[in-house]
Write a protein that binds this ligand. Structure first.
Ligand code: URA
Length: 210
């Protein structure tokens, strides 16, 4: 994957995203749609994975059939909203290893503060896909990627649902080697760091908190 930014403007993704944006969409529907979209986005973010072949017998004859190569990939959820994307992606890639980076955003400084870090071993040998639905300021995403690189990751992709231009720009400066896959790029951030038009607080919408 070479482009820094991929926007998945597939009709199914855009249709589901519109329902998720609607403030009247209930928590259970929001969660289900996030699961469905995450699988469509996972299809894009895993494009170009290294392949090899293995010898198999079909009922008709032997063949060298394509199969994924290399170590199991690592999915890293940036807590807590990342878990909403993680579940769907894991359904599609059940053998993936899973890690968590816990960051919360200081509401005054908008800077990320780390409270949890647990990742699979041998990150340096794996494709690492970091997931977080909202790429807003980019501060916590960039900090999470810093931590993953410090833990050995060299081949990282970032999957989100919505991105702000500010977050994309921040990631491009901090981590130009990390391709971003998203369903949409919105207009801007508001003065408290929320994406507009956006969908509100993704964690609150998926977990029914306020
Ligand atoms: N996090 C969210 O959940 N929503 C935003 O709009 C920005 C950050």
């Amino acid at each position: 994957m070479s482009d820094h930014l991929t926007v998945v403007d597939h009709p199914l993704v855009q249709h589901k995203l519109t329902i998720m944006r609607d403030r009247d969409t209930p928590t259970a529907v929001f969660r289900q749609l996030l699961r469905e979209i995450s699988q469509l986005l996972a299809y894009e973010v895993t494009r170009g994975l290294p392949m090899t072949t293995k010898r198999i017998d079909t009922p008709m004859q032997a063949m060298d059939a394509p199969t994924l190569d290399g170590k199991k990939l690592a999915l890293i959820s940036i807590l807590r909203a990342g878990n909403g994307l993680l579940d769907g992606v894991l359904e599609l890639i059940p053998s993936a290893r899973v890690g968590f980076v816990g960051l919360y955003r200081d509401e005054e400084t908008l800077q990320p503060v780390e409270y949890y870090f647990k990742v699979p071993e041998a990150l340096e040998d794996r494709l690492v896909i970091a997931v977080d639905p909202m790429l807003a300021t980019g501060n916590s995403s960039a900090a999470a990627i810093d931590r993953l690189k410090a833990a050995g990751a060299t081949n990282i992709r970032f999957l989100c649902l919505l991105a702000a231009p500010e977050g994309i720009a921040r990631m491009k400066v901090a981590h130009p080697d990390v391709p971003i896959v998203t369903a949409a790029v919105d207009d801007q951030l508001n003065d408290i760091g929320y994406i507009v038009p956006g969908l509100g607080d993704a964690g609150d919408r998926m977990f029914g908190t306020k």
